[in-house]
Design a protein around this ligand. Structure first.
Ligand SMILES: Nc1ncnc2c1ncn2[C@@H]1O[C@H](COP(=O)(O)OP(=O)(O)OP(=O)(O)O)[C@@H](O)[C@H]1O
Ligand SMILES: [Mg+2]
Length: 269
């Protein structure tokens, strides 16, 4: 089965071609929580056992974990991102063998980090979720740049577009020319909607736009804004980039939809 996973700092998104639309659940994880007395059945309530550890994830972790966290790192080569992705495959994937495409922030979309991520995923994983054990076999794993993946939904065959993907822990700035990702004018601001003690969308929008201008983006460029922070921050980006628009009415899942397009191209599905 070919699928795309965007294990974000706040929300994990999963998509494959059997589904009408992507699935999204909270990325929160708590480790070694006590047994639940009350068996609730929220759609994204997950109790997991993996590599000798146990805990809660999803909405159950947000509600019940005493040590809940959603890691928001600059790279996604870490245990929490792996567990979020494996829970997505366990719950929403089909069959036991998988070829996956996962997202990674642009600045850490480097050969070293990509190799670390592939090594982390490729192989077999024995995971139990809500009492159901599965052996998940990942045969192939490729890594795609966040932000740029979203751009594939709107990029024209000829011409340059810019994408700003405002996430919980990072903002990705991507440039796509003739549907090709241009690394030298793409970068990451390692701060997102949940990095400030009290987010001020106006100041954050100004900060984001100023970063783009510092990297020589032109104020008349076609800029598409996406990610969970897009609706809140867009009006303030428009003050410096009047041509900026919302990339898609569902800004949360644009990366995972673009990653699935890459997956189908890479794996021929
Ligand atoms: N209903 C909602 N649920 C979760 N987040 C929301 C919601 N509505 C708005 N948000 C905003 O969206 C942000 C999460 O956006 P998004 O899902 O794109 O981030 P992410 O991909 O998980 O993070 P990152 O890309 O930094 O790893 C939250 O930090 C919050 O500011
Ligand atoms: Mg994201």
């Amino acid at each position: 089965m070919i699928s795309a996973i965007d294990p974000g700092g706040r929300n994990t998104k999963y998509f494959d071609s059997r589904l009408p639309k992507p699935v999204m659940f909270p990325s929160a994880i708590g480790i070694n929580d006590l047994d639940r007395n009350l068996k609730s059945s929220g759609e994204f309530d997950f109790e997991w056992e993996y590599e000798g550890l146990t805990g809660f994830a999803g909405s159950l972790a947000l509600r019940e974990s005493e040590y809940v966290e959603s890691r928001k790192d600059e790279s996604k080569a870490h245990f929490d991102a792996k567990l979020r992705s494996l829970i997505a495959l366990h719950q929403y994937g089909s069959g036991n063998e998988h070829q996956i495409l996962v997202g990674q922030p642009i600045d850490t979309h480097t050969e070293t980090e990509k190799q670390a991520i592939k090594k982390m995923y490729i192989g077999s994983h024995d995971l139990t979720v809500n009492g159901k054990r599965k052996v998940i076999v990942i045969k192939n794993c490729e890594v795609g740049p966040e932000g740029a993946a979203s751009g594939l939904l709107v990029a024209p065959a000829v011409g340059t577009i810019r994408i700003i993907d405002i996430g919980s822990g990072s903002v990705n700035f991507a440039t796509i020319t003739d549907r090709q990702f241009i690394n030298k004018s793409s970068f990451t601001l390692p701060e997102g909607m949940e990095s400030k003690s009290k987010l001020d969308p106006r100041s954050f929008g100004r900060q984001i736009a100023a970063r783009a201008i510092a990297r020589k983006w032109d104020k008349n460029d076609t800029v598409y804004v996406t990610g969970g922070g897009a609706n809140e921050v867009l009006p303030f980006i428009q003050q410096l980039f009047p041509m900026a628009v919302l990339l898609d009415p569902d800004p949360f899942t644009t990366n995972v939809r673009g990653l699935l397009m890459i997956a189908r191209r890479v794996y021929g599905g």
